[in-house]
Structures are given as structure tokens and as C-alpha cells.
Write a new protein. Sequence first.
Length: 479
Amino acid sequence: MADFDELLPEEADERDQRLVRDLRRVYRTDTQTVEHLAHIRQRLLANDDSSAYDYESMQQHDTPPKIQPAQSSTRNAKQTHFAIVEEKSWQHRLSVLAAVLLTALLVGSLLLVLSLARRSSEGTPGNTLHSSKLAGGSGTLISLHMINLTTGWALGEHAILRTSDGGLQWKNVTPPHTVLTRESMAAFFTASLTWVATSQANGTTTQVLRTTDGGQTWQMSTVQATFLKQITFIDSQHGWILSGWGATGGPAEAVSVFRTSDGGKTWSNVASALPASTDMPPPGHLPFGGQKSGIHFLNTSTGWVTGTVVVNDLAWLYVSHDGGSTWYQQSLSLPPGVPSAQLSLISPTFFSATDGILPVIFSDLISGKGIATDIYVTHDATTWKSTMPLPAAFGTIDFVDTQHGWVTDGMVLYNTSDGGQHWTKLSPGPNFKQITELSFVSSSTGWAIGGQSNNASFLLKTVDGGKTWTPIPFSISDR
């Protein structure tokens, strides 16, 4: 407010000076406001000049010819007239000053309210995601995959996100006019290469999005798939989609396997589990019975489909050696000491051409309560062997190699450094709660997605192998 450096006469009073100084400190106006107040000041000064001119002209006009006998009464008249004019002038100045101060007060209050409103609408960078408050409307986080210490991907309920600074800042790289849902799935492959599949509103097709430049541009294709189970790729060209035909939850489920060899531009249906009156399918076909959980391929020929069936001690595991066209059941030896239970298999993960893990959860068939979790391992990509079962069901599992892995049920955390032969229960602290996803990039550094009852998500990070977790105050920005 440099335009008010020269005080008006009324401001000579010390209390008025303090008031003006306080107003200057409290209300920092922008350039437009300053110019507006300067205009008011010019009008005020103009009024002062006008008042002085009116007095002088009035004095000249009202002064009669010099008549000595009347000199005393004329002087008294002048003094009286001056006092009246001066009083009116001061009243006018005080009124204008009050108007100026009131204007500054109102403008400052308006700026304060607008500033608070703007901050509220933009959202404060923090550790929660609200689709109505943060840029991009990402919604609840569904999945997370960190590529290395700095770069990673996340799939939100309504957005595809990418970070290049370890998760502090995320960029919404969702293609325009793309609608994502909680059922959308991603195959995060490298820092630049990613696929995202999302079912369309027509209920009969799925849109597949592909980027090769970290989300700057996207290519789109359509596949005749409906209820997504999983999308997986082994390289930039070869990928598979496992898709159900209807809502899940029953003892049987019809599914289809789709395959691409051109990076997702075109897809072909190579296998289906069709509705049947028996759980015994023809040789080479996937059975209708059982709920299917996922698909994973090791190379262009060998892959597995996993699931669960409402029969104790039966492993729902099928392997293909021709790229997914034909499938044959594979058996698992049950771990010693685990009671008879229903087996739920999670799609395998491989770390080399021969070494991989296959998580299996054992549950009571009647109550559905988890009994144990076992990480089966293979070192020949053919046979699977049990390790050391954990006495509970842990649905969130992440391994960075064949030796180092972590499992959690959302609250309790275990880790292994010898491929599941031994487990250590960690005490991750109060921040580690309602965890739905783990993503480690080394034996020490990892991230986790947590959930809250208000439909918000938060991020945690560990640098000591999961012993302690720190909230990440992240923010999201549009392109």
C-alpha cells in the first residue's frame, strides 16, 4: 500500500496511525486492489483541493468593500464562516477516510476468504487421496508397483498415476475421456511401458490402454472381454488376459483366455472354460467348476491359471505349454501339519527362467477362516514344493527375488530372507494398518498402500526391510 505513504492530516493522530499500520500489515492486497485504493486516495485529495478552492473563492466573493467602521464585524464573520467551512471539510475528510478504511477492510477480508476457499478447493498435499479434493480425482488407490527407488506406477479408482521422485509427487497420466473403475487392472512393466485394462459401460468389451513413453501418449484397443481377472505381459509384444463371463462368487465360473502378440493392438480368444454339467472338462480345456483367480506366463509358451474350488485339499492349478491354447491340471503336495482345508491359489511370480513362487492360502471350508499361508517355490519351472507355512491367511504378498519376501493380512507383517523357509514377525508400528498392497524394490526399501474407513488411501515407505514405516506426504497433479 505504498500509495498511502503520505498521511492525510487526520492521520496525524497517533491512534489513527497505529490503526492504518495494523491494516497495512493484516491486509496484503494484490496489484488490482492497490490501484483501486490509489484511485480512492486521488479522489480524496481532489476533494481536499476542491474544499480549499471553495473557501478561497467564497472568501473573495463574500468579502465586502473595505469600510473601516465595519472591520471588526467583518473579521468575525470571516472567522465564523471559516469555522463552518473547516468543520464541514473535516467531516467530509473523516467520512472519506472511514470509507477508505472500510474499503480496505472489506477488500482484505474478501481476499482472505478467497484465499482460504482456493486452498480448500485445491487440497492440501498430504497422505490421503480424495477424488473430490485432489487434482485428477484419483479416488482410492487400487494397485502400486515401484520400478526402482524413484520411479513407479499406481492405479487409482479413477486415474493412472506415475511418480519419478519416490512417491512424493504423482502425475495423473490418464488418457482423456477414459473411465476407470475399481475393477480396472494394470500390467506395470517398466518405467515407460505399461498396460491398463478397464471394462466398458456396455458390459461386453474391455478397453486396453498401452503407453511406451511413461504415460505421455497412449494407444487403445478393444477386446471382447467382460469381467477382468488379470492382465499379464512377458515382454513388449506378448500378453494375456483372463476374463470371466459373469459375476463371480459361485462354485463355478466360465472364463476366456485372450492373447496378443503385437503389444495389445489385437487380441484373440485362445481358450475358454464353458458352462458344463460336469467339472471334468475335455482334455486340454479349463474346467467350468471353481473360481479363477489369475493368470501368469513365464514365456511365450508356458503359463498358469490359478483358482479355488469348494473341495478340501484340491489345488486348482492348470498349466499351458502352447501359449494358452490347451491346459492341463498340475498337482501340489500338501504341507505337513496343515489340517484338511480349501486351497486358494494366487497366480505365480517368476524371477528367472526357472525360479518362481506360488502363494497358497488354506482356509476352513465351512467357516471360511484362514488356517495357513504357504509359499510354494519352483527351481525348474515345472514342480512346486512347499516351504514353511504361516499360521494365518495373508492375502497381500510381495517378493523382490526368490529369497526376500513379505506377507501381511493388513495389520500383521512377516518377512523372509531365505525363500519362505523361515519367517520373522515384524512390529511395523501404528502407521501400518489396513494395508492392501506392498511394493518392494530391494530387501530394505518398499512402499505400502493403506486404507481408511472414509474411502481414502495413504502411502507408507520403509527403508529398513519393513521394521518401521513412515507416511509419505504425497500430492497429485494433472498433466
